[in-house]
Design a protein around this ligand. Structure first.
Ligand code: UDX
Length: 436
């Protein structure tokens, strides 16, 4: 089967490489010249375990091709995956202009040709499939494009994207015709997992509803975490206690600095916007976002409890990426923590194994006002306190006894509950964890 993938962003690149690994012939259409050059040279544009090797293998074996020639890829392909970005607009709604542009290109290149299945993998508001159908008629200008639109949301997690693509919990496909369904069954034939075939509206809602629900779990436990701090309870045990109930489940109940990344914040805003646009009360999601925004203030308050005054003090921030195992800093909680520290007049020295370059590029304004250290050891030297924002393994393995001696005052806020409390206190740290 010939497949075209539009957009070599996170979802597009992983999808394309994995589909070629499954034996399909895949053409990836990418308009960004810089990105295209790198991909054609066999260099992955994102960091994702396993992806680089697979990319080179499939490229050299000819199953995977990167091109800017949309019309040619469309001509050849029977199934076309749309994986372009849907960033947030200022009002929180999803910006659909890239999807619109791909729709136009697909319609114009498939006039009077055979049946093609257009599969939307980008996270999109409910009703997008219908819009694509409507626009297809307009762009066809009275001629016929034999297109069917399907929705196939992606649930990949960064850092485990290849593994999760190849071994998904479930596949969700919103498709109307038998023909379209058969094609999608063929694409995912080798996967042994529940496959849910629905209408396109349902599939579109499943994606937003899943991400919003997971984000809600995190804000919920963060809210409980604050109460645990006030009362001397332990949020990790509370999470374990409630997570054993199979109806609740143990995952996504880790208290911390709040969720970030390219999906949760954006999808929450978009889902809340969708709800509002139908006149519905989606205030629950507004609260989830509000709790998340307040996490950085909570951390400042904890630091103040130990340090009295933050102004003029040097604070080491360990971790800039939104979670470990990635170089992605989009909507990272580290940015909010650094902003709050600067507002207190503290001086910040930040470090991260993979995220420094990305942080500099994305948060230039903040980056100009702080200093960066290559290693945690360097960041901690002479610091009055350290805050762990991302739970990188290297921080677990640090020589904390040595680190303590080099600090000005040994105050440590473990924002991810990754270190052994008793041990850190034994070493002489004024140690704070989250929610315990
Ligand atoms: C998420 C969804 O999990 C995935 O299904 C979807 O396709 C894209 O969005 P991702 O953004 O890669 O994936 O990261 P994830 O591992 O889900 O973590 C998101 C954020 O929540 C991170 O900032 C993480 O640190 C935080 N988190 C996660 C917590 O604070 N506590 C938890 O218990 C879990």
């Amino acid at each position: 089967m010939n497949i075209a993938v539009f957009g070599a962003g996170y979802v597009g690149l992983v999808t394309a490489v994995c589909l070629s690994e499954l034996g399909f012939r895949v053409q990836v259409v990418e308009k960004d010249r810089h990105k295209l050059n790198r991909l054609q040279a066999g260099i992955s544009t994102i960091y994702e375990p396993g992806l680089q090797e697979m990319l080179i293998r499939n490229l050299s074996e000819g199953r995977l091709v990167f091109t800017e020639n949309g019309p040619l890829a469309i001509l050849k392909a029977e199934v076309l995956f749309v994986c372009v970005g849907t960033p947030s607009r200022p009002d929180g709604s999803a910006d659909m202009s890239q999807i619109e542009a791909v729709t136009k290109e697909i319609v114009e290149s498939s006039l009077d040709s055979g049946y093609k299945l257009v599969v939307v993998k980008s996270t999109v508001p409910v009703g997008t499939g219908r819009w694509i159908e409507k626009m297809s008629v307009l762009y066809a200008k009275g001629r016929k494009a034999n297109l069917e639109i399907a929705s196939n949301p992606e649930f990949l997690r960064e850092g485990a994207a290849v593994k999760e693509f190849m071994h998904p919990d479930r596949i969700v496909v919103g498709v109307a015709s038998e023909r379209g369904r058969t094609l999608m069954e063929e694409v995912y034939r080798s996967f042994d997992c529940p496959k849910l075939f629905t209408d396109s509206h349902t599939a579109e809602i499943i994606k937003y509803a899943a991400n919003s629900f997971l984000a809600t779990k995190i804000s919920y436990i963060n809210m409980v975490s604050d109460l645990c701090e006030e009362t001397g309870a332990d949020v990790a045990l509370v999470a374990e206690g409630i997570g054993c109930d199979r109806r609740i489940g143990a995952d996504f109940l880790k208290a911390g600095p709040g969720f970030g990344g390219s999906c949760f914040p954006k999808d929450l805003r978009a889902f809340a916007h969708v709800g509002r646009s139908y006149g519905l009360n989606f205030g629950l999601l507004e609260q989830v976002m509000q709790i998340n925004r307040e996490r950085s203030q909570r951390m400042i308050r904890r630091l103040r409890e130990q340090l009295w005054v933050l102004g003029g003090k040097k604070i080491a921030v360990l971790g800039l990426t939104f979670k470990p195992g990635t170089d992605d800093v989009r909507e990272t909680p580290a940015a909010a923590v650094i902003e709050a520290l600067l507002a207190e007049g503290a001086s910040v020295l930040a470090t991260d194994p993979l995220g420094i370059a990305g942080f500099r590029a994305m948060y230039g304004n903040l980056a100009d006002r702080i200093a960066f250290a290559e290693s945690a050891g360097e960041a901690l030297l002479g610091a009055h306190a350290a805050v762990i924002v991302t739970d990188w393994d290297v921080y677990r393995e640090l020589d904390w006894a040595g680190v303590k001696d080099g600090m000005e005052t040994p105050v440590l806020l473990d924002g991810r509950n990754m270190l052994d409390r008793a041990e850190m206190r034994r070493l002489g740290f004024a140690f704070m964890a989250v929610g315990r």
